[in-house]
Write a protein that binds this ligand. Sequence first.
Ligand code: KIV
Length: 263
Amino acid sequence: MITVQTFRKRKQQGRKISMVTCYDFWSAKILNQSEIDCILVGDSVATVMHGFDSTVHATLDMMTMHVAAVARGATDKFIIADMPFLTCSKGLEPAMNAVQALMQAGATAVKVEGAAHQADLIAHIVEAGVPVMGHIGLTPQSIHNLGGHKVQGKSEGDAQRLINDARRLEQAGCFSIVLECIPNKLGDCVSRAVEVPTIGIGAGPHTDGQVLVLHDLLGANPDFSPKFLRRYANVHQLVKGAIDGYHEDVTARSFPALEETYG
Ligand code: KIV
């Protein structure tokens, strides 16, 4: 299993880190048998699994339930859990209670969105012995403030701010930083500016690792096709085909066959 120590080593060795989201026991068991380096129980669970329109709707109860399910399936993997919306902004005690709940549900580390206003809290969590992954660029919990899913860091000033943010997160003790939806060149600059590995999503090829939402890379949602997404399967077609096949067999009375029944 990858550890916080090996995260940094992998960057020094120039070996890329693979991360994918996971929200349930069934897919966690498959990921556990795969080569994937680490698993993110992202707050994207609110949109992907619960049908909400943003990650603002992820609650601590929702997150802990999914972390626990994933931890039961992915027993050999490094599991990062998202701190849900506003849990980092209501003061130290509620934030640490949320960290405790996620870690006791089975997480190995937590992920915190944002930089400048979170540095002190991140340092406190790290000092308490819990590894923290940072997340800058497009931070979906602030989607209403950002005015939608837009590429971040396009202007010189914004780019410099992101580089400073990454350094600040590193100083606060983050073992790794997610960079979401930023230009390729900035992905490269930020990755060079810090010693901890960066994990990109829509941040180009120069980050130290990549993360995708599992359902997106599997092609589960044909309506979602951002530029950065590469699909490795067409699960939507596969699942629909299987369900239609089952329906056809039931209605045609060819399922169950005699050998599929108890005598
Ligand atoms: O919740 C999530 O899926 C994420 C990734 C997009 C990095 O934070």
